[in-house]
Design a protein around this ligand. Structure first.
Ligand code: S3P
Length: 178
């Protein structure tokens, strides 16, 4: 079974994913990297040349690939939960953890960076807040568990995720038996 990380841009999915993989020995897969590999372009280039809809189609295709993965830590792009088909696929293909963050933290970590087209030109905290509020019900719907990542260090995030994952796997195995 996979552990799948979802959450808003810059919530720490990639760092937590790498740390979990290192600690558990599971393989880490970053879906944004898979998209970049398949497209042969960076994410800003994809948005610029073929647009967001084409990016989302490629993202949905990459989300569907999680069905053939096992024992992986999969980190997703912040918008992977926008389509219902993706939320369903993610929940079906692993234990999904939502890493919560705050608009202030997103602002802090994305200021002066150019790798996220949706946050280009240094968005204000208010704009980030609006986007986050729109997406929050979708992260909730897509996930089995949530953690306020910014309140914990990597080690305690790892401990919480692996504890709840163990319980989740146990319940799944009992459900299969009954
Ligand atoms: C996006 C998040 C990005 C990337 C793309 C769109 C989004 O990934 O997939 O820029 O819609 O939230 P990160 O969450 O890794 O920044």
């Amino acid at each position: 079974m996979n552990i799948i990380l979802v959450g808003f841009m810059a919530c720490g999915k990639s760092s937590v994913g790498r740390y979990l993989a290192e600690k558990t020995g599971m393989t880490v897969v970053d879906l944004d990297n898979v998209i970049v590999e398949k497209a042969g372009m960076s994410i800003p280039e994809i948005f610029e040349t073929v647009g967001e809809k084409a990016f989302r189609d490629l993202e949905s295709y990459c989300v569907s690939l999680t069905a053939s993965m096992d024992n992986c830590i999969i980190s997703t792009g912040g918008g992977a939960i926008l389509r219902e088909q993706n939320r369903e696929a993610l929940k079906k293909n692993g234990f999904v953890v939502w890493l919560e963050t705050t608009p202030e933290n997103v602002f802090k970590y994305t200021q002066n960076r150019t790798d996220r087209p949706l946050l280009a030109n240094n968005q204000s905290i208010d704009k980030i807040q609006t986007m986050m509020a729109e997406r929050e019900p979708l992260y909730k719907d897509a996930s089995h568990h949530s953690i306020k990542g910014y309140e914990h260090n990597l080690y305690s995030i790892y401990q919480e995720i692996t504890d709840v994952f163990t319980a989740f796997k146990y319940h799944q195995s009992q459900a299969v038996k009954s």
